[in-house]
Write a protein of this length. Structure first.
Length: 368
């Protein structure tokens, strides 16, 4: 079987989940390949943890099919699926020490004592906890507890490791350290990680592929760079990082009008004079003397953020612009905003991922 036709490790086909009248998931389609780090990213209540529970078998779909390694697993119990979950609260056994927590799964499966010893030793070494095997759970830190939870899950030799917001209870510094460690661990093991978070920075830093979820639907999927640089609708642009979003008119391919002026850009495939939304990231804007700016603005506010100054400016059409600059500005001063055609991203109003793909395919076909 070639790489192009390789069967997905996990596949959702029109999967929906209802709780009475409440539709939690709405015809979700997704594919998960083997050996990559995936993130389900979205706000609270978006449906991301529900997808994880469906994969694990803790929930069953109302409609649609879930396949693991090509097998339909609808109705298949959790203990018969080759997946393991690390929960937000880690769910460690407080009456067992570190060793016994990791050994629990293999013991239930009836492994020999030697195999259990070897497996626990290798898993604890993998997560850098081999010198703390005899410690009680109450005697180790939050970061160490997370490592034990990961070792316990890996000791069951899963095809997929599911991680349900496991870093949310950690302080900022430890959280950053564990982001790196999880990513490095996944690359070393080569197994599939599916990570749930509402933290955009976390998702961008760790993932090979991101599913952005809201209101029970996948709004957009792609690499971190694609998601950040090419958001397909207002929700994704606003949710992923900081974004300036203003109304515009796409006059023709590569020419958009906003803030009362026309600007060249690199987007195409819309209808002539179609109403659109224009996105420019704050870090792509430069504050310059008014004569060098493509837009003239008045500095309205600023705050120091450590690595940069966050500046708010108002253009002559009344649009508010957020700018990330290395140098401060003076409130009330007239300045210019400079940006390149590549910095302008055009979004159709309320476009879905399916609509975006169809439009792109149609445009590319015409171009050929």
């Amino acid at each position: 079987m070639t790489e192009e036709t390789k069967q997905p490790l996990i596949e959702f086909k029109d999967v929906s989940l209802d709780y009475g009248e409440t539709k939690v998931l709405k015809k979700v389609d997704l594919e998960i390949e083997e050996g990559k780090f995936y993130t389900l990213l979205g706000p609270s209540g978006s449906g991301k943890s529900t997808i994880l529970s469906l994969i694990a078998g803790r929930l069953q779909p109302t409609d649609g099919d879930i396949l693991i390694e090509g097998q339909n697993v609808n109705g298949l119990p959790s203990d018969q699926r080759k997946v393991n979950t690390v929960f937000q609260n880690y769910a460690l056994f407080p009456n067992m020490n570190v060793y016994d927590n990791v050994a629990f799964g293999p013991s239930i499966k009836g492994f020999s004592k030697k195999k259990i010893d070897d497996l626990v030793e290798s898993m604890l070494k993998l997560v850098k906890m081999d010198d703390l095997a005899d410690r009680e759970i109450s005697e180790i830190s939050g970061g160490q507890q997370q490592r034990v939870a990961i070792a316990r899950a890996l000791a069951n030799e899963p095809k997929v490791l599911l991680l349900d917001e496991p870093l949310s209870a950690l302080d900022y510094k430890l959280r950053k350290e564990m982001q790196y460690e999880l990513r490095e661990l996944q690359q070393r093991l080569g197994i599939t990680f599916i990570f749930v978070t509402h933290d955009q920075e976390e998702a961008l830093a760790m993932s090979d592929w991101i599913f952005v979820i809201d209101d029970g639907r996948i709004q957009q999927s792609g690499s971190p760079v694609d998601i950040y640089d090419e958001p397909i609708n207002h929700f994704v642009a606003d949710f992923i990082g900081e974004a300036n979003i203003v109304p515009g008119i796409m006059k023709e391919d590569n020419l958009v009008s906003f803030a009362g002026k026309d600007f060249k850009n690199v987007d195409a495939g819309m209808r002539p004079n179609e109403r659109v939304e224009v996105v420019i990231r704050p870090e792509d804007l430069d504050i310059v003397v008014p004569s060098r700016g493509k837009l003239q603005v008045t500095i309205d506010d600023q705050s120091f953020r450590g690595d940069f100054y966050e500046i708010t400016a108002i253009d002559d059409a009344g649009n508010e612009w957020a700018v990330q600059a290395t140098n401060p500005a003076k409130i009330g001063q007239r300045r210019g905003l400079k940006f390149d055609p590549e910095d302008i991203h055009i979004m159709r109003l309320n476009e879905s991922e399916e609509d975006f793909d169809a439009r792109l395919e149609s445009y590319e076909g015409e171009d050929q």
